[in-house]
Design a protein around this ligand. Structure first.
Ligand code: G3H
Ligand code: 13P
Ligand code: ZN
Length: 305
């Protein structure tokens, strides 16, 4: 499934939102919003989300979601760190897996990625790998390390040729979590352009792409959450990247922020109730609004067909 989704996104100049979930409520909110926007969607689980949900439960959640979802949906393993985890995710029913050995020496990254690709392809599963270090951004690097964090376009070409991977997560200055920039926001679109020239047929993936909405940050501060100084990727950057070869954009922090704004606001205004469904529904509502907004930014609205 994901292969077709990303190929269409590449051909038509838009990106598909890939949202992390760790609960059934968040998954349902993501799906409901994608259906409303008539957009394809990717729902992804990290290794820790798999253990939080439990493998058997997750298997059945994926089955039920596939059966009921009215738009194309792909289930994806986010940041799998080993062959064993990738295999586990494939057994659970993921359509695609990420093998992230970007922190290992280059040759080790190639060898493990290739092993996962060979196995996944034999099961009809799509593979995303990572090259470069998404964890860092310029502000956090020592000068001599500066260039080591970005994906090398030449190496990207060789990496794809040697591993036969289907899509590639690249490092162009994004960062995971709520604190992406201490100064001015910056993304290396020049490197993105060089990478897409080197591997024009490979859909590229942007991790660490949460926007960290200022209004939500202010609301969380009011509600007593310690999130001072949080700053994300500007929307204009994401619109621009979506029109280039970035075909999948990951968001986890934004989902967490929206969910908690909904839940905590509801608890504050409705603090006499022990019926937790009210709080969760308020969280789901905020997640659905977030996903709809992202779908508009990424250009995938009405692309479900
Ligand atoms: O990029 C990583 C995701 O944000 C996963 O985070 O391991 O806490 O689920 P997690
Ligand atoms: P954010 O922390 O910016 O949401 O990134 C999430 C991500 O890349 C998951 O793989
Ligand atoms: Zn990531």
């Amino acid at each position: 499934m994901e292969k077709y989704l990303l190929k269409d996104a590449l051909k038509n100049g838009y990106a598909i939102g890939a949202f992390n979930f760790s609960t059934l409520e968040v998954l349902k909110a993501i799906i409901a919003s994608a259906e409303k926007q008539n957009s394809p969607i990717i729902a992804q689980v990290s290794e820790s989300a798999i253990s939080f949900i439990g493998e058997e439960y997750l298997k059945d959640m994926i089955k039920a979601a596939r059966k009921n979802c009215k738009v194309p949906i792909s289930f994806h393993l986010d940041h799998g760190k080993s062959f064993e985890t990738a295999k586990k995710a494939i057994d659970i029913g993921c359509d695609s897996v990420m093998i992230d050995c970007s922190m290992l020496p280059y040759e080790d990254n190639i060898n493990i990625t290739k092993k996962v690709v060979d196995y996944a392809h034999s099961k009809g599963v799509y593979v995303e790998a990572e090259l470069g270090s998404i964890a860092g951004n310029e502000d956090d690097l020592k000068v001599e390390d500066k260039n080591s964090c970005y994906t090398s376009p030449i190496q990207a070409k060789e990496f794809v040729e040697r591993t036969n991977v289907d899509s590639l997560a690249i490092a162009i200055g994004t960062k995971h979590g709520a604190y992406k920039y201490s100064g001015e926001a910056k993304l290396r679109f020049d490197i993105l352009e060089e990478i897409q020239n080197q591997i024009p047929d490979i859909p590229l993936v942007l991790h660490g792409a949460s926007g960290v909405n200022e209004v939500d940050v202010a609301r969380l501060l009011e509600l007593g959450v310690d999130i001072q100084g949080a700053k994300g990727i500007p929307e204009d950057f994401l619109r621009k990247a979506s029109k280039m070869h970035i075909c999948k954009i990951n968001g986890d922090t934004d989902v967490r922020i929206s969910y908690m704004v909904g839940i905590l606001s509801n608890i504050e205004s409705n603090n006499k109730s022990i019926d937790y469904r009210g709080y969760l529904a308020a969280g789901m509502n905020e997640v659905a609004k977030l996903v709809a907004h992202k779908i508009e930014i990424y250009g995938s609205k009405d692309k479900a067909n």
